[in-house]
Design a protein around this ligand. Sequence first.
Ligand code: GLA
Length: 332
Amino acid sequence: MKRRIFLTLAAAATGVLFNAPVAQAADPVKIGFLVKQPEEPWFQDEWKFAEIAAKEQGFTLVKIGAPSGEKVMSAIDNLSAQKAQGFVICTPDVKLGPGIVAKAKADGLKMMTVDDRLVDGSGKPIASVPHMGISAYNIGKQVGDGLAAEIKKRGWDMKDVGAIDVTYNQLPTAVDRTTGATDALVAAGFPKANVVEAAQAKTDTENAFNAANIALTKNPQFKHWVAYALNDEGVLGAVRAAEGRGFKADNMVGIGIGGSESAMNEFKKPSPTGFYGTVIISPKRHGEETSTLMYDWIKQGKEPPMLTLTTGMLATRDNVGEVREKMGLASK
Ligand code: GLA
């Protein structure tokens, strides 16, 4: 109880998590980092960079895989029981927003979100929780621009090209990403009617593969394909499905978003596949910077910026090393 009598000025001023304690000088700082899909390389990378922050600042990082609402709720209680002061979370479902906020508040924990922004009962972002995400629509446009440039470079007639748009419309950042890609393609003269939506049930390769297979079966009229999704895993699913139909690197151009191991492994294969490129985003910012911001909040009562949107850079097999270096990811 003693911990609870200390209020942070920032929290009191904004009315957010007003009972969250400020760590006392001697309290060891403990920060949770909850991710929705611990098996996905992007989240492994976020954790890796959060560990770097923990070593640098001298706090304990508690990594928790939380693929369901129940897991999230019990993880928060568990963090509170082990005297953590705050956590960073990529939620398995943005609609859990009000429940997660209430639970953190009841347990006296500071929270910030990463990647996927919580929404309230009417679907609006919960603006009172600090968030770091990607500039989703613009990054989607970079994907669409990259696809359009490659279609033109190959001299394909756009009427013969189908676009597999792997969608996951439950997640606002996913909608923004794929909408950005579609808009950029259409702005470059791509026929909107050739965009085939393929809804995935979960944001992984297997579910994208299943969705893309249906899109391919229903559209035998196209000679070439392009594909995009909210992340690399989604595009890989589409690329694998296309391979199964005989559309290999010379007739398939997929561009993902992420730049983690799934994409890197693809680029390391001896010959090119239909996975042409990825817009590399920064697990360093999303892992190291978020947990450092949380640490400063706990230690100094300095609330993180309410909204930070990070950028990305398109990379292909040819320039991936250079792009990773530019993004400060080379030594990972
Ligand atoms: C979402 C996706 C992840 C990754 C992050 C990046 O959470 O599901 O694959 O792209 O966004 O912010």
